[in-house]
Design a protein around this ligand. Structure first.
Ligand SMILES: NC(=O)c1ccc[n+]([C@@H]2O[C@H](COP(=O)([O-])OP(=O)(O)OC[C@H]3O[C@@H](n4cnc5c(N)ncnc54)[C@H](O)[C@@H]3O)[C@@H](O)[C@H]2O)c1
Length: 318
């Protein structure tokens, strides 16, 4: 299988590339070539197959980013939530025009590839206790969410036309993200666990009873791989899935932090950030996972497992 990852230098792109390199296969097929595409040429993992690193702008996708014979495209390149809200032109260019460019590149291939696209919980807005079902209408309350929802429709239509075969995952907030805070409005969801687990202070911009829909990096990667190989006949024309994430409150996250490292929760400082709250307050926290489970997306373990997974990986990387 020839695979392309746009945004291949990012958090999930690098994680996915390392996993493909480790396993050497996707589903029951061997990987024969991997192309990592990003603004800066992404670091290639050590792999049992050739890895190409290509630099460029996804909105102006160069031909060498999508070689002939590409079977699977993971389209992850994006300007994330707070950055897309702060810079409308940049968000629209990368998140919308970038998806157009992926569609056009797929049209030049001789066979329609599977395109796995990462949409977001931010493509919905909901009252705090509303449960989002598979057919709930997307009413985004920020530019990032609107760009993701629009890209979903563009990919579904390109699928209907036979240009490609799309599966969109509306990802929950992925936590715990290693490294430093990024420009996602949800960045604090990782910071309030990651920093205190490392002995550092973190800022919390929402109340303790604030609820979130989250997933672990390992689960997000499992879902991406499943989306790449699942039989799309069962999906019909609706190519978007709300995968089975985990609903947690900030208070539950702090309790899991304290259980993993006594005293760590005291390192979390409450700091008002109205611009962050305005974005995340509209994101739903409860989803009905029935369709995703029927399509074979794996259900989530408990919050404690997510913290343990991060600690094990951090120790492994040390
Ligand atoms: N991490 C999460 O919590 C989360 C949640 C929901 C959805 N998503 C979506 O999943 C995908 C991956 O997320 P991530 O956390 O790895 O984000 P990330 O910011 O780490 O990675 C995105 C990558 O896109 C690249 N990119 C930005 N503009 C580009 C351009 N013009 N041309 C080429 N590349 C460009 C960036 O350089 C970056 O490496 C994104 O589409 C994101 O919107 C992520």
């Amino acid at each position: 299988m020839r695979i392309v990852i746009t945004g291949g230098g990012g958090f999930l792109g690098q994680r996915l590339a390392r996993r493909l390199a480790r396993e050497g296969r996707i589903g029951d097929q061997p990987v024969t070539e991997l192309t990592l595409f990003d603004i800066v040429a992404p670091p290639p993992p050590d792999a049992p197959f050739p890895v190409r690193s290509v630099a460029g702008d996804v909105a102006d996708l160069p031909a060498n980013a999508m070689p002939m014979g590409t079977d699977i495209v993971f389209h992850l390149a994006a300007v994330v939530s707070a950055a897309a809200e702060a810079d409308y032109d940049l968000g629209r260019r990368v998140n919308l025009r970038g998806t157009d460019a992926v569609v056009d590149s797929c049209r030049r291939l001789t066979r329609p590839p599977r395109v796995v696209f990462t949409s977001s919980v931010a493509s919905f807005s909901a009252a705090p206790d509303e449960v989002i079902g598979p057919a709930t209408r997307q009413v985004p309350a920020n530019s990032y969410g609107a760009q993701k929802a629009a890209a979903e429709l563009i990919l579904a239509d390109a699928t209907r036309r036979g240009f490609l075969d799309a599966v969109t995952l509306r990802l929950p907030t992925v936590s715990i993200r290693p490294g430093r805070p990024n420009k996602a409005a949800s960045s604090f969801v990782s910071s309030i666990l990651r920093e205190p687990l490392g002995g550092e202070e973190a800022e919390l911009p929402v109340a303790d009873d604030f609820r979130l829909w989250i997933t672990s990096p390992a689960h997000a990667t499992d879902w991406l791989l499943h989306a790449a190989t699942l039989d799309t006949a069962a999906m019909g024309p609706d190519r978007s899935v709300n995968p089975p994430g985990l609903t947690v409150s900030v208070g539950e996250m702090l309790a899991a932090l304290e259980a993993a490292k006594p005293g760590a929760a005291a390192l979390v400082r409450r700091v008002a950030a109205p611009e962050i709250q305005a974005i995340v307050a509209t994101w739903p926290a409860r989803f009905d996972p029935a369709r995703a489970l029927a399509l074979g997306f794996a259900a989530h373990g408990p919050l404690e497992a997510l913290v343990a997974e991060f600690l094990a990986e951090t120790r492994g990387a040390a």
